[in-house]
Design a protein around this ligand. Structure first.
Ligand code: CP
Length: 309
């Protein structure tokens, strides 16, 4: 199997069959990374570059490790340490990397649509590692893998997502992907942090944290993106944590076997108290492990398409 498109730009473009293909491939890749010998030859002789215009720990490092585990030559570029800082345009930058024979460019950018704007102008495959407030498809895929390891089916499963939905590319990608697989997504956060028309993505907007998490199979907290706040969207951190945090009491309203997720990084004491971050139901560190497996699967399936052309 291979992906239909040359690029992975968002969950919007993936069919439900492609999502399941990525998740099944990631399960196999997870066996590699949890084994004593983290090596495959799937990307041998290939070149992978990460190009990050925004900070990252999880996404960037996991893509880097995924490509190295699979035997590729890899390089990492950030805007501050490259000719981007001299004013080189995004298009000139990616054309330069393309001319070096790069097979896959993994890109994070602060502008929504930035990866889409360059994907059809270069030969390399482009993977969206987060574009502004639009999408973060590989985060949604790793979240879905974490659920898939616990669910026999996504159909009818209740997923609660609480926090700063307005700035969250994670909520958008999860909403789109989970709807394609038949899950029921409820969201909650301050009204000022809820995108107008989010219901059109197939989600229910809840009335409170309690209403959102009640009987949920999985509960996800979202980071308050303090770096993107250019106006006072909530009165204070104390008020936010009082009315919008997922507390131990709130988590108890979910199903007894529900699990707690967070894409990270977390503002401890804001969207989650540390007691919840570290509780027995938390699978946050497993999400990180699954991030490497999903990114290996995405690189493998994109390269399979390139090899088949
Ligand atoms: N979840 C996520 O995208 O984290 P990073 O910003 O650390 O990559």
């Amino acid at each position: 199997m291979a992906l239909k498109s040359k690029d992975l730009l968002g969950m919007k473009q993936l069919t439900s069959d492609e999502i399941m293909e990525i998740l099944d491939t990631a399960k196999t890749m997870k066996m590699v990374i949890t084994s004593g010998n983290k090596k495959t030859s799937h990307l041998q002789g290939k070149a992978v570059i990460t190009l990050f215009y925004e900070n990252s720990t999880r996404t960037r490092t996991s893509f880097e490790m995924a490509s190295k585990y699979m035997g590729s030559s890899s390089a990492n570029i950030s805007s501050s340490g490259s000719s981007v800082a001299k004013g080189e345009s995004l298009l000139d930058t990616v054309r330069t990397l393309d001319a070096m024979g790069t097979d896959i460019i993994i890109m994070r950018h602060n502008q929504s649509g930035a990866p889409h704007s360059i994907a059809n102008k270069i030969n390399a495959s482009v993977v969206n590692a987060g574009d502004g407030m639009n999408e973060h498809p590989t985060q949604a895929l790793l979240d879905m893998l974490t659920m898939y390891e616990r669910f026999d089916t996504f159909e009818g499963k209740k997923i609660a997502i609480c926090g700063d939905c307005y700035h969250s590319r994670v909520v958008r990608s999860n909403a789109i992907g989970l709807a394609k697989l038949g899950a029921e997504v409820s969201v909650y956060g301050p009204r000022t942090m809820m995108p107008i028309g989010i219901e059109q993505m197939g989600v229910r907007v809840a009335d409170s944290v309690a209403d959102c998490v009640k009987d949920a199979d999985a509960v996800m907290g979202l980071r308050v993106q303090l770096e993107r706040q250019n106006s006072a969207l909530f009165p204070s951190v104390a008020e936010y944590s009082k009315f919008y945090a997922i507390t131990p009491e709130m988590l108890q309203l979910a199903k007894p076997d529900a699990f707690l997720m967070h894409p990270g990084p977390c503002n401890h004491g804001v969207e989650l108290p540390t007691a919840v971050y570290d509780c027995d139901q938390s699978v946050i560190n497993e999400q990180v492990t699954n991030g490497v497996a999903v990114r290996m699967a995405v690189l493998y399936l994109l390269m399979a398409r390139r090899n088949n052309l």
